[in-house]
Design a protein around this ligand. Structure first.
Ligand code: FAD
Ligand code: SF4
Length: 332
């Protein structure tokens, strides 16, 4: 059995106290603990202080903000609460679906959306015991200076494996980040960077306090597809979030906007580009599913950072994208 190291844990009741504690050099946040605690057991980090959010009730609300036209989701909302919330299910079904497919019910009861957004990157060579890693001499993200995925590479390409992040990007989500001194809002697609050792632009003393998702302005169909080996408890091995804005609420309506975001490639999600020729084409035209799946396949090249052969994952990405669009067409 793997044991946690000796840890100093603070459990503030109040957001301001949590923010003040986060100024301690090297301090880390723990929300549900379903990601950070296994990583600490694997000795991937040695923080001098953990600041627990478990008692900060202010982070656990979901509010429909009519004035700003957004759904405000507190970072401490659990994945179960998110996936079961009536507004999320009715107006943001792809988000409810993604949250409801993270890991297992027990993990979703503990894990939060703030933790899912700030989930550490993952790699088959680093999410191992310290002993296992010592046998290969570590890597850029642990105790070594090489990358085993990209030999000769100077940059860690560990994968961002969150289920909710590609969906939130496809829905134009933004984050509210707070420190003891102030706050800023940042679009989620600007939050991640291509460095698996430091994959967000979050400052050390910044806390994600809220996720803001704009209310849908027009009819649309959204979906999320995740391929994993075990359906009951597994990280995605490839994933794709889809959003089609439509001229009217029907599957034969012309597409007036679309976002396609792919997860589990590298340290940040990848937005698929060059889709403009599909604007004006009815969603149920078979060319749409084929064209999007082909472009996903052309633009996204999985690496050997997570289990399963990269070329196979690439094919699965194409198949899952096409099937997900076909399911959106036949829905309702
Ligand atoms: C067996 C297993 C299977 C899993 N399968 C999946 C899966 O299928 N899909 C998936 O997406 N995830 C999966 N996970 C990962 C994890 O359970 C979820 O991502 C969960 O949402 C993490 O939330 P948490 O509150 O437990 O995060 P924590 O473990 O508490 O924190 C995760 C990271 O986020 C930081 N953090 C937490 N809250 C904040 C905040 N408010 N502001 C800033 N930083 C913060 C922490 O410092 C830490 O670095 C799995 C985990 C396990 C153990
Ligand atoms: S991608 Fe390379 S550097 Fe990053 S964790 Fe994996 S092996 Fe280590």
């Amino acid at each position: 059995m793997l044991r946690l190291p000796q840890l100093r844990v603070a459990t503030p009741d109040d957001l301001d106290d949590a923010l003040a504690l986060l100024r301690t050099p090297g301090a880390r946040v723990v929300a549900g603990g379903t990601d950070i605690l296994p990583n600490l057991k694997h000795r991937l980090d040695r923080p001098p202080l953990l600041v627990s959010l478990s008692r900060v009730g202010a982070l656990r609300t979901i509010v429909r903000d009519q004035t700003a036209g957004v759904l405000r989701i507190g970072a401490g909302v659990t994945l179960t609460e998110l996936s079961e919330h009536p507004d999320v299910r009715a107006f943001f079904p792809s988000l409810a679906d993604a949250a409801g497919r993270v890991a297992s019910p027990l993990i979703r009861n503990m894990g939060t959306i703030g933790g899912n957004i700030n989930l550490d990157t993952r790699c088959r060579y680093v999410n191992q015991t310290e002993f296992w890693r010592s046998a290969i001499g570590g890597c850029l993200k642990s105790e070594g200076s090489v990358c085993h995925v990209v030999p000769g590479g100077r940059n860690c390409v560990a994968a961002m494996s969150s289920d909710c992040v590609p969906v939130l990007i496809s829905l134009d989500g933004a984050l509210l980040l707070r420190t003891a001194d102030g706050q800023r809002e940042i679009p989620l697609d600007a939050y991640y960077q291509a460095d698996g050792t430091n994959h967000t632009v979050r400052g050390a003393d910044e806390l994600t306090t809220e996720i803001r998702v704009p209310w849908p302005g027009r009819p649309r169909r959204t979906g999320y597809s995740k391929w994993s080996v075990r359906k009951s408890i597994d990280f995605p091995l490839v994933s794709v979030a889809l959003r089609f804005d439509l001229e009217r609420d029907a599957s034969n309506a012309p597409i007036v906007g679309l976002r396609v975001v792919v997860g589990v490639l590298g340290a940040r999600p990848r937005e698929v580009t060059r889709l403009d020729d599909l604007l004006g084409v009815p969603l149920d035209d078979p060319k749409v599913a084929r064209a999007v799946a082909d472009r996903v396949h052309q633009q996204c090249k999985p690496l050997g950072n997570v289990p399963y052969e990269a070329p196979y994952r690439r094919e699965m990405l194409r198949v899952h994208t096409r099937r997900a669009i076909e399911a959106l067409v036949s829905a309702r």
